[in-house]
Design a protein around this ligand. Structure first.
Ligand code: NAD
Length: 723
């Protein structure tokens, strides 16, 4: 920093009691850290827009300011805070990949300097204290937070463990049970929870003012509180089987992943090893995770999720329309969940169905789902009641006379949906957007039923809609930029990850899924069992195998969707699904499908194997042993080939969009980056070779498309704009 700039920055005196958010940038100087004095307390502020990331410039600035605070004899104590009502959202993610996070001073070195300062340091926390930001706060002698402050060590989401003492200090302050929950999930804790577990020391409306007073008190008092590094009380009497029980409980959720297990190891080390050794182990495991392919895959997902928000629309700078009231037509499984999504975001909802009974059932379902959310601790009673009160039922379309948007979620039947769109066009205000939750049907056909095709769009939610993160928005031929901007902004407001898809049968997700599902049935015909297929896919890391997923969605639903689809000449549907539906093996909802169900447990059903074997016989297929490698290859490769076709047709704008859809809508393991990323890691040339090897015997889905070949020739999806 230029000396003149520093002097000017330092002249901004802090007035006692004033909030410390003076925009230094008003001076036109980008200064990432500031030093001010309030009597005998030095105030160190991080000011690195937008979220006070701890990049090299901040770390360098803080190191210099800590040295200054140590040297100035008038300074008795230090307060650390952040500008713009945000403490710090943590490391600069690009520095983790580039290695700049390892340039001195690293966070670890700053921590050492803070702990050796010889003067008490108090963190004043507003807004976010995340990742490295929280690690910094945990290194202080005390933490004072604003009521709305949020705390998290979210490194696990990027395939990492906190690498600068986060697991150690968190455990020593809050105890191992709280640390296990918080750090393996990366979830944000509100200030009240952070106080309850001992992570912070107090909550105050003006945390800076309180922190200054605390710092002064600590400096004046005989003793300074023990630093987290040296705290022993919370790790002294740990329940003997805490770690064994936690590992067993999370075995399925963490399977295949590195970072969550290493976090558990690090927390256990905090409780069982000498401090120095435990801190070193944490660092060693951080470096191991940082070097792992899982970290790179998760970083890809992180960037892909952000890129998906950027939608190329014809007209720049279109504003999203305000959405305050919506109508949801169809109070079934999806309608009820979609209504909750809106209500949870503070939007008033009218839930409409054909009869009072159907509406009552829908509202009852909404009530039950809110009850479950409260029971699971996802929502407080208060928040759930307030959201529930925003949803009212109706049978008359007149109730939709003042909505800003309507979402149709009736049965998957084009003629029925057309009727609904005609009614919506007549009953809603001309400004309203009309959206369909269809899984596969043509948005343009629905738009043509209205006099406002530019305001018709697909908003494809996933089941259960109030839980699943993905929202696949579908652009019709006439959908206006403003309509698209509105539904993309809506996705964020609902807390979803929205991806824009073009209009085709199945859009991005279900179009790719059709060959994945069809291939699973071909494998059954050839000799595999449902258990084998699902085990291979679940071992790969999917939340659920393809046949268990069919049972969840309903085999009748899957078969009904298939009936209106056409296949290339050398493809065929297996008769298995139709037979399952005809025998009432609908899946979970009827207690039997590819498996038998008791509650959430699934069991093998010998009769299913008999049904499948009969199909093999009728088709003249000799059943054979199929290895796990073949099963995996046959299920994943058609996904990639179809994904490449979607890119070629412009249905998906980016390979990363497809990855995001598959991770958040279909349970592809995020730590493997999504199907298109996975293909790049395999090597696109190898993917083509496998497709070609399988093509002669398995039909059109196996012929590598031109786009895939072009991407392989150029070295990856990124390098290709046009096929
Ligand atoms: P559902 O059978 O649970 O509910 C459909 C509801 O629509 C019923 O309550 C029915 O009474 C009502 N309805 C029928 N005709 C109506 C009309 N004319 N006016 C008002 N209401 C009417 O179906 P669902 O599973 O909720 O699916 C709804 C839509 O969502 C379908 O297009 C489906 O493809 C799509 N979808 C479903 C899932 C899923 O997993 N279930 C996932 C994504 C998308």
């Amino acid at each position: 920093m230029a000396r003149g700039a520093r002097r000017r920055a330092e002249r901004l005196e802090l007035r006692p009691g004033a909030r410390y958010h003076r925009p230094i940038h008003a001076l036109g100087i980008a200064v990432p850290t500031h030093y001010r004095r309030d009597g005998d307390v030095a105030l160190l502020q991080i000011d690195n827009p937008p979220v006070n990331a701890l990049d090299l410039s901040v770390r360098t600035g803080l190191e210099a300011l800590l040295r200054r605070a140590a040297d100035e004899p008038q300074v008795k104590a230090v307060v650390l805070c952040g500008a713009r009502a945000c403490f710090s959202a943590g490391a600069d993610i690009s520095e983790i990949a580039s290695g700049a996070a390892f340039h001195s001073p690293m966070l670890l070195e700053l921590h050492a300097r803070m702990e050796a300062l010889g003067k008490p340091i108090v963190a004043a926390i507003e807004g976010a204290a995340l990742g490295g930001g929280l690690e910094l706060a945990l290194t202080c002698h005390a933490r004072i937070a604003a009521p709305e402050a949020r705390f998290a060590l979210p490194e696990v989401k990027l395939g990492l463990i906190p690498g600068s003492g986060g697991t150690q200090r968190f455990t020593r302050l809050a105890g191992p049970a709280a640390a296990l929950e918080a750090i393996t999930s990366g979830a944000q804790l509100p200030a009240a929870r952070a106080l309850a577990i001992g992570l912070i020391d107090a909550i105050g409306a003006d945390p800076l003012q309180v922190a200054v007073a605390w710092a002064r008190r600590l400096a004046d008092g005989a003793s300074v509180p023990v630093l987290a590094r040296a705290r022993e009380d919370k790790i002294a009497a740990v329940e003997p089987d805490l770690f064994t029980a936690f590992r067993a409980a999370r075995a399925r959720a963490f399977r295949g992943q590195l970072a969550p297990w290493r976090i558990v190891d690090a927390i256990e080390a905090a409780c069982t090893r000498p401090a120095l050794e435990a801190f070193q182990l944490e660092r060693q495991w951080y470096l191991e995770c940082r070097a792992s392919p899982q970290r790179k895959a998760l970083m890809h997902v992180f960037h892909a999720e952000r890129a998906a928000r950027r939608v190329a629309v014809a007209a720049p700078q279109v504003e999203a329309l305000p959405i305050a009231r919506v109508g949801v037509v169809g109070a079934g499984t999806m309608g009820a969940g979609i209504a909750m999504c809106f209500a949870n975001a503070g939007i008033d909802v009218t839930l409409l169905d054909v009869s009072r009974e159907a509406v009552a059932r829908g509202l009852e379902r909404v009530g039950e789902l809110y009850g479950e959310s409260v029971a699971r601790g996802k929502l407080t009673d208060e928040v759930a009641s307030a959201a529930r009160a925003r949803i009212r039922g109706a049978v008359d379309y007149a109730a939709l006379a003042d909505v800003d948007m309507a979402v149709e979620a009736v049965f998957e039947d084009l003629a029925l949906k057309c009727q609904v769109f005609e009614r919506l066009d007549r009953s809603t205000p001309p400004r309203a957007i009309l959206a369909s939750n269809t899984s596969t049907l043509d948005i343009d056909r629905l738009a043509a039923c209205t006099a406002r095709p530019q305001q018709v769009v697909g908003t494809h939610f996933f089941s259960p809609a109030h839980v699943m993160k993905l929202m696949e928005n579908v652009r019709g031929r006439a959908s206006s930029p403003q309509t698209l901007a509105t539904v993309m902004a809506l996705g964020r407001r609902l807390g979803k990850i929205a991806v824009l898809a073009g209009n085709c049968d199945g859009f991005i997700g279900n179009r790719m899924l059709q060959y994945y599902g069809a291939e699973a049935e071909r494998l059954l015909e050839e000799g595999a069992t449902p258990e084998q297929i699902d085990a291979v896919i679940e071992a790969f890391g999917f939340a659920m195998g393809p046949l268990a997923m069919r049972d969840l969605a309903g085999n009748d639903v899957g078969w009904a969707i298939r009936r209106h689809r056409t296949l290339p000449a050398d493809e065929r549907w297996s008769p298995i699904l139709e037979r399952m539906a005809a025998q009432g093996r609908l899946g979970r909802k009827s207690g039997r499908g590819f498996y038998l169900y008791e509650g959430r447990e699934r069991r093998s059903d010998p009769q299913v194997l008999a049904l499948i074997s009969a199909v093999s016989r009728e088709l003249g297929i000799e059943r054979r042993e199929i290895g796990a490698g073949e099963i995996l290859a046959r299920l994943l490769h058609p996904l990639v080939n179809e994904g490449a076709k979607l890119l070629a047709e412009g249905i998906a704008a980016r390979a990363g969009d497809i990855d995001v859809v598959y991770i958040h809508g279909y349970g592809f393991p995020a730590y493997k980056g999504g199907p298109m990323y996975w293909a790049e890691q395999e090597g696109l040339a190898k993917v083509i070779a496998t497709l070609e090897r399988l093509a002669p015997s398995h039909g059109a889905r196996w012929r590598p498309c031109a786009y895939l070949r072009a991407a392989a020739a150029r070295g990856g999806w990124e390098h290709l704009t046009q096929c």
